[in-house]
Design a binder for this molecule. Sequence first.
Ligand code: GTP
Ligand code: MG
Length: 317
Amino acid sequence: MIEIAKNDEFKISDLPGVGLATATKLQEGGYDNLMAIAVASPAELEEATGLGTAIVRKMINYARDKLKMGFQSGADLLERRSQVLRILTSSEALNKLMGGGFETGSIVEAFGEFGSGKTQIAHVLAVMVQKLDPGCYAVYIDTENTFRPERIEQLSKGAGLDPKDVLEHIKVARAYNSDHQMLLAEKVEDLMKEDKLRVRLLVVDSLTAHFRAEFIGRGTLAERQQKLNRHMHTLMRLADTNNICVFVTNQVMATPDVFFGDPTKAIGGHIVAHASTYRIYLRKGKKGCRVAKLIDSPHLPEGEAGFMVKEEGLEDI
Ligand code: GTP
Ligand code: MG
């Protein structure tokens, strides 16, 4: 775990041996914060600035010092865990399955077939985050054009919130391809820094659809996984350093070679699975109900929760 509290007060020109020209070069190369410099290799910075090894090493050491990179005690981590907030839905069963709600500081991945309720849960969270932290913002990256403001109105009324106010606090961006999607995720940091918005929820619906459509065939699978990996790291950093709940949706593909159990598998393979803190598998149950199953969570038992999607929100069965 890395402490980044000091990052806000940092100016590139504070670095030893950095004048205006070098500061500009660093910024243009994307080295505009302490973390980027602390984790850069000397060779990278030499290339970006044209400076010699000795001086870039000094810069890196300075950034590392400032960040207090290193180890934290278990007690520090427990303290961090106590800052975790939980977004509640109106389904107690689902909240309980998630260990008391959808956690900030985490990536929650929901995967399941079409109509299993992934987009509905995303809408519910975008509304209910207002109950947790009134006046905060939800950012919604919509890749499939399925965000519906009318649905937000219904859910807000159901939750006893002012629909207009809730809509004001959701920033929606339509992503047209995977590069655009990645760029939008990177821009969330700007919303917080430059526009001073307190973002508490980030939805990416769907995380994998563009990647899947653009990289068809085995030849390009490695490249796709590499890009997806980069995207997941952006999301992890956002969740971790800003105490944001990142909710991503994922499709499933049929795996005909599986004869026993559920013949479906999430897209994106181990890269998405590893980066997600919580994974829930959604399926359609009897009489229109939806069943969520928690899969490989760090500290919660595996279990299932059944709920209904109603006009006013989620409801226990
Ligand atoms: P894909 O994006 O196609 O993979 O599916 P998804 O998992 O995102 O499904 P989604 O969340 O869109 O679920 C759609 C289902 O939610 C519909 O089949 C409806 O059963 C239910 N639903 C959507 N809107 C409402 C509503 O206003 N009221 C009620 N009662 N149910 C709704
Ligand atoms: Mg959907």
